[in-house]
Design a protein. Structure first.
Length: 167
């Protein structure tokens, strides 16, 4: 196998695993703990900002490595006319929606506390909270977006398993 293709697979799979795992962990552990009042504003902000940063760097790594793999392995007839091609297209759609939901959830949390940054400021600054932030209320705002992201992450993993299994 071409070493560049092998490296693209490694970067792609590790990035996807880290990202889907981060979203699933946020829904399983971070949001419930925040809703229960068990996380300080600083701990919640670190957790959410960490997920946001993973979403953003995988938002670069996954499309680049995926595009490279498409370029080498999928002609247009294979991409649009085979089950494997449809799974790849589905993966790209799920990834795009999942990425958007995480970003939107965090942005809505910013808005709910009276902070409506412009898009540029939002992307530069990340997610921060003051010590007096109402963490349970913020978690309630982000919960539906993160839950929907977790559902898409699960579908993304099923899609990847089918693709890896040669369906």
């Amino acid at each position: 196998m071409d070493p560049a293709l092998a490296l693209s697979y490694v970067v792609h799979v590790v990035s996807a695993a880290f990202w889907t795992g981060g979203v699933l962990y946020a829904v399983y552990a971070v949001i419930p703990a925040a809703s229960a009042g068990d996380l300080s504003p600083a701990a919640f902000a670190r957790s959410v900002d960490g997920l946001l940063q993973v979403t953003r760097w995988t938002g670069v790594a996954l499309p680049l490595t995926g595009a490279y793999q498409l370029w080498l392995l999928y002609s247009l007839p294979r991409l649009f006319g085979t089950t494997a091609g449809h799974l790849v297209l589905g993966m790209a759609a799920l990834w795009t929606l999942m990425n958007g939901l995480v970003e939107l959830g965090v942005y809505r949390m910013c808005q709910s506390r009276g902070d409506s940054p412009g898009l540029g400021a939002y992307f530069r600054r990340g997610f921060t909270l003051g010590g007096d932030a109402d963490v349970p209320a913020l978690a309630d705002v982000g919960r539906p977006y993160f839950r929907a992201g977790a559902a898409l992450a699960t579908l993304l993993l099923v899609d990847a398993a089918l693709l890896a299994g040669g369906v």
